[in-house]
Design a binder for this molecule. Sequence first.
Ligand SMILES: Nc1ncnc2c1ncn2[C@@H]1O[C@H](COP(=O)(O)OP(=O)(O)O)[C@@H](O)[C@H]1O
Ligand SMILES: N[C@@H](CCC(=O)OP(=O)(O)O)C(=O)O
Length: 387
Amino acid sequence: MSDVREVFKAQALPSWKRAVLKVGSSLLAGSDKLPSEDGLDPRYAAVLARFIIESRAQGREIVLVSSGAVAAGRRRIESTNSGPIQRQALAALGQATLVTFWQRLTGIPAAQVLLSHDDMLNRRRYLNARNTLRELLRVGALPIVNENDTVAIDKLRLGDNDNIGAAVASLVDADMLMIATDIGGLYTAHPKYEPAAQPILKLDRITDEVLAAASGDPGELGTGGMLTKLEAASKASRAGIPTVLFCGRDADVIRALTDGRLHGTLVTPESDPLTARKQWLRHAPSCGSLVVDSGASNAVQRRGASLLPGGVVRVDGEFRRGDVVEVVGESRHGPALARGLAQYGSADMRRIVRRHSNEIESVLGFSFGESVIHRDDLVLLNPEENA
Ligand SMILES: Nc1ncnc2c1ncn2[C@@H]1O[C@H](COP(=O)(O)OP(=O)(O)O)[C@@H](O)[C@H]1O
Ligand SMILES: N[C@@H](CCC(=O)OP(=O)(O)O)C(=O)O
């Protein structure tokens, strides 16, 4: 048995249907002599590609968050300086290579998705990214996300795909965040400097003590070390998503994952995803309201349906696509029935109220889908329904 599997003894991998798999530079551009011309090392990636293929054959979905653009770019031009601007340029030079690399290894149509942290904070862009990623999964593509390094620069440290991974996991309603790295999992201290460091198989809470143990010291090629992985796990946990950290250099560890066994660190979620999302929607500030007829309020409350424009009688307030709005019954003078994310801004919404969904495109000249609030983005406020 490999060392990693001996140190990180097997435990059950929580069941999952849709995961975000984050692969770091340390795996794709190992410090050994690189065997490939494009600067990306297929040795470990090939095993991860097989994992992706087999998971999909089991009916699961994967969004890949892959680093490695800087390493691939470095192979294309001579760049002596490695400041932030040079790294940004290298990332731009290497990004196409990175996507082609994964496509070649998996044989799955690869879709490049570049995101920045700002995209996650802007509700409209967040929703657009969410719709695109959902559609990519629906058509069977392999979305490959990387930070949009051209525009993203934070405190002079470029790139943090661990945190992007956590954000994407929430974005696509994933039920697992998988972080493949070059070490077996999390230890009580950096094992390079502390030989007595012990493996941590399961973490129910990411305390300050745990964060302190994961010093920011990254490997030779990584950017954030364990600290950014724990930050990511903590965000995922708050969104109700478990995180697993495992060694992507060990083929047996990856094969075990396919069979539902984890050799690595499991960070358990604080609550279930639905609760986390409902909590957020319940408390986010609302920007307006949609007044609905009794048919629509019934459909939403009793059948858990999406809200369609035909059931909306009036739009109050000014809001943009992606903002939180309240759903209010026309016959009731009381609290809102539900809250959700508006699929259309208030101006567009006013033009399609009372219309059939198949008229949206002809009225607006475009369509973001048949509903004005998708049921996945809707939380009922009736206490019995939300219990
Ligand atoms: N407590 C810890 N347990 C495990 N690894 C740690 C710890 N503290 C720091 N590290 C370092 O974090 C590295 C992984 O992070 P990083 O190099 O950024 O990987 P990646 O490129 O996969 O994102 C490990 O190889 C190790 O050197
Ligand atoms: N966006 C950069 C990598 C950023 C990053 O987070 O790297 P890593 O810590 O290796 O996951 C790239 O593609 O090279």
